[in-house]
Design a binder for this molecule. Structure first.
Ligand code: COA
Length: 315
């Protein structure tokens, strides 16, 4: 498949570290050196489906396609206000898509998992154009009295349109199932028969262990993928790494022994926007005109599951 359009949409409200320190025992001095985050966009009166719809329309516009040209629509999302219908259907209704719609919840690597599903449909000869959106509101998952999690996240949506082509050079998905490292639970509607205890628990995370998983999974998958497709690090133009923490990106950079210029970052302005992170970064870099034909983009993302993924896309 070949990428022909990108788009993104982010909430208006910008929350700086100084604003957080007004109600939390935290500071810019603590957050910046440990995470690289200076501010994040946070949903106020917006709906995540509207951000998703705007990102999709921007991507369709760049691709020069109409909603009726899309044969398959994949939405990557961890949480939103609808339990049913799927967020993909809610967004599809807003933008006038009539193709099959599916949601996936693959946490932060969701954009890459969606790319894998899209590629499978192209290889099966079932589609001509696929639209992917990652629309996320992780700020609605954390306890805003818990300084170890709420400072890390921001909201937003990123979208991409793919058409037939041969630009996805390889993709690898990896899982290491373990629900004790990052998790959140919510109660369901009661019934007269439920006897078990259920609880609402905000996002829980073992930060140090997640950090180690992220660096290990990313470097292992990137090196394995490049080897699998017969490329080397010198072929790589840019590493599009999930924007979870600047220290994670720095550790990956150091391990791969690659220069700063190959790692675009926007975490300072967005925080971790879950699966929207890679999609928003891609759109921002694309709209700045950073990529030229033939550039090799290596994507790497990791998160709850634990899941990780890497992909190589030729521009
Ligand atoms: N402001 C001030 N102090 C904070 C704080 C904050 N926002 N968050 C935590 N602290 C405090 C802790 O309470 C702890 O205090 P204590 O020593 O008195 O108990 C101290 O800082 C150290 O906490 P610790 O959790 O050991 O810090 P850390 O160096 O591991 O950094 C993370 C915490 C979350 C920044 C880091 O573990 C991390 O980035 N992990 C990866 C998380 C991630 O990216 N997850 C998503 C992946 S998709």
């Amino acid at each position: 498949m070949r990428l022909i359009g990108t788009g993104s949409a982010i909430p208006e409200k910008v929350v700086t570290n100084a604003m957080l320190s007004e109600f939390l025992d935290t500071s810019d001095e603590w957050i910046v050196p440990r995470t690289g985050i200076r501010s994040r966009h946070v949903i106020t009166d917006e709906n995540v489906e509207d951000l998703g719809a705007r990102a999709c329309l921007n991507a369709l516009d760049m691709a020069g396609l109409k909603p009726e040209d899309i044969d398959y629509f994949i939405c990557s999302n961890v949480v939103n206000e609808y339990i049913t219908p799927s967020l993909s259907c809610v967004i599809a209704e807003k933008i006038g898509l009539t193709c099959p719609c599916i949601d996936i919840n693959c946490a932060c690597p969701g954009f890459l998992y969606a790319m894998d599903i899209a590629e499978t449909h192209f290889l099966a000869g079932k589609v001509k154009n696929v639209l992917i959106v990652s629309a996320e509101e992780p700020t609605r998952m954390t306890d805003w009295a818990d300084r170890s999690t709420c400072v890390l996240f921001g909201d937003g949506a990123g979208a991409a349109v793919f058409t037939e082509g041969d630009n996805l050079k390889g993709i690898r998905l990896h899982s290491q199932p373990d629900s004790s490292k990052i998790w959140q639970k919510r109660t369901l509607m009661p019934t007269p028969y439920i006897t078990k205890q259920e609880e609402d628990v905000p996002l829980q995370m073992r930060g140090k262990e997640v950090f180690k998983f992220a660096v290990g999974a990313s470097t292992t998958e990137v090196e394995a993928l490049l080897k699998e497709i017969g490329m080397s690090k010198s072929d790589v133009s840019y590493y599009m790494v999930h924007q979870a923490n600047l220290r994670i990106i720095d550790a990956i950079k150091k391990y791969l022994d690659e220069p700063d210029e190959k790692f675009p970052v926007n975490i300072q302005d967005h925080g971790n926007s879950s699966s929207a992170s890679c999609a928003i970064l891609l759109d921002e870099c694309n709209r700045k005109g950073m990529f030229k034909p033939g550039d090799i983009l290596v994507f790497s993302a990791f998160g709850a599951g634990l899941l990780s993924a890497a992909a190589v896309l030729e521009w």
